[in-house]
Design a protein around this ligand. Structure first.
Ligand code: FES
Ligand code: FE2
Length: 359
């Protein structure tokens, strides 16, 4: 189940060039490309004639020609020409989706076109900050987007799944967790005092002694998450509570995550990390990016195995967890599922349902 009236990331702007880029979002096959002035365009990836994927076609300026019988489409999806035919049937064309490029992400509106409102694009300001280094990753996850958002909202896993990078045992054992809903945004704040720095902080941040740390997650519907990791040496003042959201202290990093559903059981992870490389360059930067990628690659098999376990239980839906233990760290994910279920029900014109709530 998806919220359709929403913006979903379908590509990083830097990967969308002049080529035709096929991608499936919410079980729909799209083709993305740029028109001659650079504006991104998204069509259904299916010719209106005999359904050949338009991503196999040819883009010539502001015209897209199908590779099979050469039917030509304009940038609004309308059919302009049928080779060998004198006329084009009225209304012939393919679906064109509203698209906006912002903060380095290409956003596609998957619902009613008339309801598309660019003000509803998540605030990923800072993802395009040129003062910081960037580590972008597009990874296909073999799990529901809900399991991935759960993972981002519950960082109690970082002491185990990411024990050699962003986490260690103390980050979990000494973590004070608070969860807060502001409208339909869910914030989960984790703070630790006087702990040894995780490996990635020791290496990148240069921390040699113990540290005070924070990790703040903010989810906005349907699948967009900002995370902020920060640290200071123990004994130096920690920024005020309200400033922690986007302050990194002496060293940390910011993560902008889109968990775009491809199907019910597969997800496009678009992850942008912004970090202070402290003057490093070349191979050193590549090393940093490699370690950040390692973090996502550590999550991927866990999420795939979790999805496979859910799928193996024929009594339940593919996202129903049936948890028999509730932890303080589950509160954020439960708020997320409840809010999303309410929004999907509202879109479908239904009353409250509990199918997506982990209970
Ligand atoms: S299938 Fe595209 S022109 Fe025939
Ligand atoms: Fe993780």
């Amino acid at each position: 189940m998806y919220q359709r009236n929403a913006w979903y990331c379908a590509a990083f702007g830097e990967t969308l060039k002049n080529a035709l880029l096929p991608i499936a979002v919410l079980n729909e096959r799209l083709v993305l490309f740029r028109r001659s002035d650079g504006t991104p365009v998204a069509f259904e990836d299916s010719c209106a004639h005999r359904r050949l994927p338009l991503s196999m076609g040819r883009l010539d300026g502001d015209r897209l020609a199908c590779a099979y019988h050469g039917i030509v489409y304009g940038m609004d999806g309308k059919c302009l020409r049928i080779p060998g035919e004198a006329r084009v049937p009225p209304g012939a064309g393919v679906l064109a989706f509203p698209v906006v490029e912002r903060h380095g992400f290409v956003w596609v509106w998957m619902g009613e076109a008339a309801a598309a409102d660019a003000r509803l694009i998540p605030d990923f300001g800072g993802a395009d900050d040129p003062r910081l280094e960037t580590a972008n990753l597009h990874l296909k996850l073999r799990c529901s987007y809900l399991l991935h958002v759960d993972n981002l909202l519950d960082l109690s896993h970082i002491g185990f799944v990411h024990a050699t990078t962003t986490g260690n045992a103390a980050v979990v054992e000494e973590g004070a967790v608070t969860t807060e809903c502001v409208g339909d945004t869910v914030y989960v704040k984790r703070r630790q005092s006087d702990i040894p720095p995780p490996a990635l902080f020791a290496e990148f941040g240069g921390f040699t002694g113990r540290v005070d740390m924070w990790q703040i997650t903010a989810w906005t519907p349907p699948c967009h998450v900002r995370l902020n990791y920060g640290a200071v040496p123990t004994g130096t003042p920690v920024p005020a509570e309200s400033a922690l959201y986007w302050t990194n202290g002496d060293w940390g990093f910011r993560v902008f995550q889109c968990s775009t559903p491809e199907t019910e059981r597969t997800t496009h992870q678009f992850r942008c990390i912004k970090f202070d490389a402290r003057g490093a360059a070349g191979d050193r930067i590549r090393h940093y990016r490699g370690l950040f990628d390692q973090v996502s690659l550590e999550d991927a098999p866990v999420l795939a195995a979790q999805q496979a376990a859910l799928d193996a239980d024929f009594r339940r839906s593919p996202v129903e967890l049936d948890s028999r233990i509730a932890t303080a760290s589950d509160i954020g994910p439960e708020h997320m599922r409840r809010i999303l279920a309410r929004r999907i029900d509202a879109e479908l014109g239904r009353g409250a349902a509990a199918t997506m709530v982990a209970e």
